[in-house]
Ligand binder design. Sequence first.
Ligand code: TRP
Length: 463
Amino acid sequence: MAGRGSFSNKLGFILAAAGSAVGLGNIWSFPFEVGAGGGAAFLVMYLIFCFILCFPVMVTEIAIGRKTQLNPAGAYAALGFKKWKILGILGILSGVVILSFYNVVAGWAFGYFVELLSGNFDIGNQFGSFIKDVFKVGGYAILFMLATAFIVSKGVAGGIEKASKILMPTLIIMILGLVIYSLTLDNAFKGLSFYLVPDFSKLSLGVMGNAMGQAFFSLSLGMGALITYGSYVGKDDNIVSSAAFITLADVGIAFIAGLMMFPMVAYLTDGTMEGAGQGAGLIFTVLPGAFQSLGPTLGVVIGSLFFLLLSFAALTSTVSLLEVPVAYIVDEKGVRRSRAVWIMAGIIFALGLPSLLSNGYSAFFSSFITYVGSENATSFMDFAQNVANDTFLPLGGCMISIFAAYAWKTKNLNEEIAKGYPGYMGSFVQKYLNFAITILCPLVLGTMFLLTFLQTFFGVNLF
Ligand code: TRP
């Protein structure tokens, strides 16, 4: 493992990668993206992206990682393609940007744990003032970054791996419990139909672009995080089935988070679903009220535990996000690991300050930029998300496919995948993966990237 990894070999790759994938993306951003994207039409696009386009990219990233045992930038170079190093560096930079705002949202989640523990169910109505309170949220965000850095510097061999084996299933069980509860609420059915019955008239290029960005973000794809993690996969492990497991687990958890949320939204809006598209505040405004209706004691227990577990899920993701730039400066610049961790954590925290300030505290960052053709200003944090999630990750995924198919060559990719998967050569899986990597992903991801990029940032509508 090149002596730089922080997960024990024993843990195996799956837990680490699933821990990376499952996080705020599933429980915070997935529901609000579905809400903003008009419901089921978004869900359908999201599923198509995850299974048809992202899955082959995931297999490819893991294969490159196992082959090279390096960070993304080093990996392309090690395969003999120095010029492709830039792709790795772009990926690492996207990870840095993602962690900078992700850490702020993780601070919200942890802050909600504290608020609900103290019985403040009204926090749902105070969301706007809560995220504006930069000293409070900043404090939680500092704590979160410290915890992340501490884990990455110590290695996660002991505590966090074992803890996540218990805590993740607990979170899933809680969400399932809340699904059952929310299905008993008035108007639950209207929420379900919003979520599950597609109205394709709501489908637009913007919605498709967001579904694509969300798929990459939630699966931790497109920046090389899984290249770094691929070095934990044993030579006789089956990359395809591991990737399938990670994809199914990640999509499954996002899906049940939606089942939990939309009946609640329907209940709170008397079935109108107005407010489902409110954006980043969705779970933070809706859930506290639902916890309150469980009664004072149960509400405090379930509510605070929920946000504590959500923070924990976020922590296994922030760890993976920090690991990538750290591995890069350790491998390529020869910086000592513990130093690398604290330097990167400090830089990324500082880069997160504009995001922290962009939720009402600073007018400048809150209305940071107005895209051409748009009436409303976009906050710095939303801008960072648009740039990283919706632009760089899909572009990265597209380029990784092009790299594997045309530079490294499909033959070498296949050889790496076939280790640990005896029947691979000649199978349907092989044919599909090769088709996806050589044609489908470059074409669809490339086109989608171009179209959404032009539309989001320049208001150019080619349709
Ligand atoms: N997938 C994580 C989530 O859903 C976030 C994340 C972790 C990520 N590592 C990543 C996103 C690497 C993109 C790239 O919360």
